[in-house]
Ligand binder design. Structure first.
Ligand code: 5CA
Ligand code: ZN
Length: 408
């Protein structure tokens, strides 16, 4: 489906600043920092929205994380191949549409459009491939058939399940033991107690048509895809196996990323992704911000209140991506003040030297996306009025634009 408008991203090498350092980032699977520095192109898959409600600060923080990764890679001189899905047919979307009496397709279309507008306002670099589940039905069918050839599929009534223990490495992404998995599975879309399943953790690949729900005629029968197989099939088609980073929020580590990786591994006999990167959860009023709980601060609401999207971006960048943190109104107030200070500094005729600030931003981001350290370096530059470098404003504003997505 249509993605959104790409921000223009300046090349710092054009200003004689060379290329940036290699990205080091924390990989959930190995629980260690990994250097991700492919030779020419880097492949990234990020789990997209389920479009039944508007983009909140938690979503925005997650997409900002992967935007920074793209920017570091581009500054390194790499081509980035980025794919993101949209879960445009799934239980929560159908339930919301049912509750409000809206057509599920209209609800999805409206929320996807709002998401595009929010991402454009926040200068988030769009994916090259933005693919809805509905568009990926054929891909899902093909992948389920491959799993079948490997003996990893069985039926419960007319639904098809993936046998997780057909994968010897099942559990390697989240490293959870089975009792921990069981505790989470039911809370996050799984059905551990369904009679007829061979193992409680086995996950749904294909759901036969339910009365009143959308369904497609396929070789698997009439029905719709399960959730995890949607992401495995889209990622494998648009990136190929063993791509560089599978990303999303930490709520997706189990079961979603465990299951998608496992399905791909069994079907292709190859690793799904080399690294798994997860953003922390943003909370509000004491709980994880979530559409299902309704404790939301929406990007679109802040925009409508007149906050500069650059300040919204800065509010998110003020937190380290792996931390769980709580949104407060102070975040946007402080970020707006910071933006003003930077705007003042950028119009000076000379400032403190720019090249060391560029180097500091690059080093901070390459070091497991330490955006707060990058912001601190710019704060120090803006506060320094010893004004010796007429190139200072040019270099720092270019780096802010290219690396942090803030155009002053
Ligand atoms: N469609 C699936 C992924 S295939 C899904 O999880 N959709 S979502 O709309 O619920 O979430 C979209 C993205 O935002 C996911 O990467 C999710 O991990 C992330 N996310 C959701 N809530 C939060 C939160 N409170 N803080 C940070 N990230 C969040
Ligand atoms: Zn996903």
């Amino acid at each position: 489906m249509r993605s959104w408008q790409a921000p223009s991203v300046p090349e710092l090498s054009d200003l004689g600043l060379g290329t940036g350092p290699a990205l080091k980032i924390f990989d959930t699977q190995s629980q260690s920092l990994k250097t991700i520095d492919p030779a020419t192109s880097a492949r990234l898959y990020v789990c997209g929205i389920t479009p039944y409600d508007a983009t909140h600060m938690g979503h925005a923080a997650t997409y900002m994380t992967f935007d920074l990764i793209q920017r570091v890679w581009r500054d390194r001189g790499l081509e980035v191949i980025y794919t993101q899905n949209v879960t445009d047919v799934d239980d929560p979307l159908l339930e919301r549409a049912n509750a409000t009496g809206e057509l599920w397709t209209d609800l999805a279309e409206r929320e996807i459009q709002l998401f595009r507008e929010d991402m454009t306002a926040l200068a988030v670099i769009p994916p090259a491939f933005y693919i809805g589940a509905v568009e990926a039905i054929d891909l899902v069918v093909e992948l389920v058939e491959k799993l079948r050839e490997h003996g990893a599929v069985y039926a419960v009534d007319d639904d098809l399940y993936f046998s997780v223990h057909s994968d010897k490495s099942f559990g390697s992404v989240s490293r959870l033991d089975e009792s921990a998995m069981l505790a989470i599975f039911g809370e996050r879309g799984g059905d551990p107690d369904r009679p007829g399943k061979q193992h409680p953790l086995d996950c749904l690949l294909w759901q036969a048509e339910r009365p009143g729900e959308p369904a497609w005629d396929t070789r698997l029968g009439r029905g719709r895809p399960g959730w995890h197989i949607e992401c495995s099939s889209i990622a494998l088609r648009y990136l190929g196996a063993d791509f560089d980073i599978q990303g999303g929020g930490s709520d997706l580590i189990f079961p979603h990323h465990e299951m998608s990786a496992s399905e791909a591994r069994v079907a292709l006999d190859a690793p799904f992704a080399q690294s798994y990167v997860h953003a922390g959860m943003v909370g509000y009023e004491g709980e994880k911000m979530s559409k299902s709980k309704g404790n939301l601060v929406l990007v679109s609401a802040l925009r409508a209140e007149g906050f500069d999207p650059r300040a919204i971006r800065l509010a998110l960048l003020g937190h380290r991506y792996r931390d769980n943190w709580e949104w407060t109104n102070e975040d946007i107030v402080h970020a707006s003040a910071r933006l003003d200070r930077w705007l003042d500094a950028a119009v000076r005729e000379a400032t403190a030297p720019g090249a060391p600030v560029v180097a500091a931003i690059r080093a901070a981001l390459a070091s497991d996306l330490d955006a707060p350290a990058a912001l601190a370096a710019v704060d120090a530059w803006a506060a320094d009025t010893s004004t010796t470098d007429p190139q200072g404003p040019l270099l720092v504003t270019a780096a802010l634009d290219a690396l942090l997505g803030i155009r002053l």
